[in-house]
Ligand binder design. Structure first.
Ligand code: PEP
Ligand code: MN
Length: 307
């Protein structure tokens, strides 16, 4: 594992990281570079949980990963996935309790019961919980149990809903609408901020095009485009962005390389049995591999802090 320090990290901060590594019983190898220092770790028998280092002063922020099943289906399923999400070093667990399904006959989510399971996951694993609200009463419920409110692609222009989450004290994950331009997406974010809630994270999740080889067309060019005109963090959802299991990891790698601030990835302990979005869900093993790959990519492209 390689820990990349911020460009302005001090020698004292580098030494502090070295002490933590040695305290874990491993060897630390500081490698001063032209603009920043990296610290190699050896002597570890297996993967190291990056959460040991992420919060230390001077460490460049690790890529944020929000992971979980499309929907909370049962306590057993949600906990099986959460266990692996925690182990991967991710901080956020996302599971839908209210699902916006194309067909009214499809599984609609467990509702408040699902939110209670998510709150138990927070209690057990210390993960922050993200869950979608479809309407204003749903926001009241999600606020009671979760740490972040997801506004789904289909709700991106539900302006009364945007105003409602704008009055919330929780951060909002705002997914791009299925056919939204960049301006429409950013104006949707402004609906939220105009009510006083500035904690908005944008999420590119693919748009409708004529292409048929993917469920949606993941618009990775949106990432540098957003970063040029907005201060808001922008993350990428390669799961809905492709709809296909075998494409999720390659597009997750690309998303990190193109400068996304984070990823949201759907994971299931048994994708074939999933009640929603099984075709795009990663298995637990695939998810763990994805995390180590994108962290490695992030370490080499992590931009110097601005300002
Ligand atoms: C989801 O996150 O499971 C979901 C329904 O996403 P989207 O709103 O992007 O379709
Ligand atoms: Mn989904």
């Amino acid at each position: 594992m390689l820990i990349v320090m911020k460009a302005d990290a001090t020698d004292v901060q580098v030494e502090a990281v070295v002490r933590v590594i040695e305290g874990l019983g491993y060897k630390a190898h500081p490698m001063p570079g032209a603009s920043r220092t990296a610290i190699g770790i050896t002597g570890n028998p297996g993967a190291i949980d990056p959460s040991h280092f992420e919060n230390l002063a001077g460490v460049a922020e690790a890529v944020r990963i929000i992971a979980g099943p499309c929907a909370v289906e049962s306590r057993r399923q949600a906990f099986a996935v959460a266990e692996v999400v925690r182990r991967s070093g991710a901080r956020f667990f996302r599971g839908g309790a209210f699902k916006p399904r194309t067909s009214p006959y499809a599984f609609q989510g467990l509702g408040e019961e699902g939110l209670k399971i998510l709150a138990d996951i927070r209690e057990t694993y210390g993960l922050k919980i993200v869950s979608e609200a479809l309407d204003e009463p749903g926001v009241d419920l999600v606020e009671r149990y979760a740490d972040m409110i997801q506004i789904g692609a289909r709700s991106m222009q539900n302006f009364t809903l945007l105003r409602r989450v704008g009055k919330s004290s929780l951060p909002v994950l705002l997914k791009r609408g299925l056919s939204a331009t960049l301006d429409e997406w950013l104006l949707a974010a402004e609906y939220i901020m105009a009510e006083g809630n500035y904690q908005v994270v944008l999420c590119e999740r693919g748009i409708r095009t004529f292409s048929q080889h993917t469920r949606n067309t993941l618009d990775l060019a949106a990432i540098p485009a957003v970063r040029r005109i907005s201060h808001l963090p922008v993350i990428v959802d390669p799961s809905h962005g492709t709809g296909k299991n075998f494409m999720v990891t390659p597009l997750a790698r690309a998303a990190v390389a193109v400068g996304a601030d984070g990823l949201i990835v759907e994971v299931h302990d048994s994708p074939n049995d999933a009640l929603s979005d099984g075709a795009q869900a990663l298995t637990l093993d695939q998810y763990e591999r994805l995390v180590s790959e994108v962290r490695a990519i992030h370490e080499v492209i992590a931009p110097a802090p601005v300002g």
